[in-house]
Design a protein around this ligand. Sequence first.
Ligand code: ZN
Ligand code: ZN
Length: 411
Amino acid sequence: MNPIVFAIPVFMLTIVIEAWIARRRGMAVYDIPDAITSLHHGVLSQVSGLLVQFATLGIYAAVYDNFRAITLPVNSIWVWLAALIAYDFCYYWAHRLGHEVSVLWAAHVVHHSSEYYNLSTALRQTSSGWMLGWMFYFPLAVAGVPPLVLGGVALIDLLYQYWVHTELVGRLGWFDRVFVSPSNHRVHHGQNDYCIDKNYGGILILWDRLFGTFVEEREGETIVYGVRKPLQSFNPLWGNLHNYFDLLHESRKAQGWRAKLGVWLAPPGGWHDGAIEHFEPVDFVRYSKQTPSVVRWYAVLQFAFLVPIISHFIAVAPHLDGLHVAAYALLIFLTTMSLGAVLEGGQLARRCEQLRTIVIGLSFVLQPDWFGFVAPLPMRVAIMLVMLASAVWLARMPLVLEMNKQEGIVA
Ligand SMILES: [Zn+2]
Ligand SMILES: [Zn+2]
């Protein structure tokens, strides 16, 4: 069983707890559309990761089988520990180049596109990182790290980074200078001048101190999260692709193949020796469509249905045939697209969402089993009723939007 299936309820519970504590402290840490968008990116990242894992792990295993220098035992704690440290070192460089090379940044920018910093931001992960990310870990295959150990330490490294995405934990003294922590990772997500291209570590921040990219969080200077070329969208597909389109557009304009290639290999923002452009934190305005509160909570409710569905998909996908996996993945993808569109408003979004809720409601009650899961009849009927009620309720949505439009709230 994929360990992520067990991690998902922990993620959801801790996000709710963090939001609750932040609310009690009067901190504006969460914005529902932003958090739902982060979670949608996480869902799609898991789906795409699962679809390509046979290729990525397969390439790693092929290199390991044919080119490993030595054979390391899988059952030694020392092998796991050394592999974790070696993986973290490779992660540092993969992450650093993910910020310094445009084509790699196009994938990694997803993780930085949230303008909030909370546990849901940790789950805002790319769906295209696998395309080039694998090459940074080949040295581990050559060094003899077995594929099973690589998969294990990669998961440990990823899960470790979850808890550091919070504003609720302050400075931790010596810990901030040895390990990646909420304080030093906040800096990594900042747009402020001193935050750019700093603190790349995964578990150990020591790599940054070793290679000159470490900076401590400054007291008295509020960090503004996000990227300087803001995403300004709740569409998870656009979130994953927008930077590739920008690069494609720029390389089309460039003259000569050197310049065209250079667009993809240059640092984001282009080649220049001077200091980066100054950023004024007080001028920054976070992206918002001012989605009506009731629509935000509708998206939360629908996402709550998506949580068991994505868990089920991750659990059963290895046992389903290709056609069913593709159909299930498409359904999940369309759900994230539809909910994202609802959060942005508009007639088309409402119609799509109505269609989605009706199709899901009817198929759940009419299907004898849901991709291998035979739900009891009361559950099938209850889900159908909620989905059909959603479709009916959505028909009233234009009134809400129109009312807000008059007030100038919704664009
Ligand atoms: Zn980063
Ligand atoms: Zn992060």
